[in-house]
Write a protein that binds this ligand. Structure first.
Ligand code: NAP
Length: 272
């Protein structure tokens, strides 16, 4: 399993997304993934499955120290007391002492960013999280966070896949030592709609999803967290790591549409 390292963070490049995995199916999916070799699990307070992820972390034979756990704080809990309670609840549900990477889930037009980041830093300093970061932040928000407020964030988790280009954020992250975690890395099933990706899949004896995933994992500073409830999907995503894409393949992927956005929180957003 390849890892990604930026100042303040080392994590496996391939993780398991868990959005919409709930109940026992979630626990079984996380247990299965850990048994197959996954060592990076992505959850969030908003997914309502931290207890089920926590049950898997408690049951697995894989030691806690070998597993990277990311969770996120929902914007309704960005005020200091609410954030502390949210993180304490997450830790309890996950049955762990420390979150490996703790993110602000979404920016909102009304959030008090300096205060939210200050609180996040305090929680990190108290030992509740090993590293802190953000999600869905534009370059302008990253600039405020890093250059004006000076918050020691290590990661921006964003929607990024073969059908959505994020060049400005990737450039900013690379220049400032931030990891980018790609969510919806498989474009939620859309990749197989494109004959170009089907052709690449045939060429590599793989699937369009594996091609799209390997394209992300090949990029320095980028991690990817496909959600996979089925064991066959989990294994296919692990196997994608062994593919070798060439410049010709990358040119085909570069020529695909880059404006397919799948996630929108429903409030005004500056995306890039
Ligand atoms: N920070 C944020 O705001 C944010 C927003 C959205 C998502 N996320 C995170 O990113 C994760 C991934 O995003 P996502 O779940 O929205 O979309 P995704 O990972 O692009 O797509 C998930 C879908 O792809 C299927 N799949 C997985 N591996 C496959 C394979 N090898 N071949 C064919 N199909 C495959 C899954 O099926 P099965 O499950 O049936 O196997 C599932 O239906 C989420 O789970 C969550 O952890 C974060």
């Amino acid at each position: 399993m390849q890892t990604l390292t930026v100042p303040g963070l080392t994590m496996p490049k391939l993780g398991l997304g868990t959005f919409r995995l709930t109940g026992e199916a979630c626990t079984l999916a996380v247990l299965g993934a850990l048994a197959r070799g996954y060592r990076h699990i992505d959850t969030a307070k908003m997914y309502g499955n931290e207890a089920e992820v926590g049950a898997a972390l408690a049951q697995t034979a894989v030691p806690r120290s070998a597993i990277h756990v990311t969770t996120k704080i929902w914007p309704d809990s960005y005020a200091p007391d609410a954030m502390r309670r949210s993180v304490e609840t997450s830790l309890e549900a996950l049955q762990i002492d420390e979150i490996d990477l703790l993110l602000l889930h979404w920016p909102t037009p009304e959030m008090n960013l300096p205060q939210a980041l200050e609180t996040l830093m305090t929680l990190r300093d108290r030992g509740l999280a090993r590293a802190i970061g953000v999600s869905n932040f534009s370059v302008a928000l990253l600039r405020r966070t890093v250059e004006e407020i000076g918050a020691p964030i290590v990661c921006n988790q964003i929607e990024y896949h073969a059908l959505l280009g994020r060049p400005a954020i990737l450039e900013y992250a690379a220049a400032h030592g931030l990891a980018v975690t790609a969510y919806c890395p498989l474009a939620r099933g859309r990749l197989s709609d494109y004959p170009e990706l089907q052709a690449l899949a045939r060429k590599h004896n793989a699937t369009p999803e594996q091609i799209g995933l390997k394209w992300l994992l090949d990029q320095p500073g980028v991690a990817a967290i496909p959600k996979a409830g089925r064991g066959t999907s989990q294994q296919a995503n692990l196997d994608a790591q062994a593919l070798t894409l060439d410049d010709e393949d990358r040119a085909v992927i570069a020529a695909l549409p880059k404006d397919v956005r799948l996630v929108n929180p429903g409030w005004p957003m500056e995306w890039d």
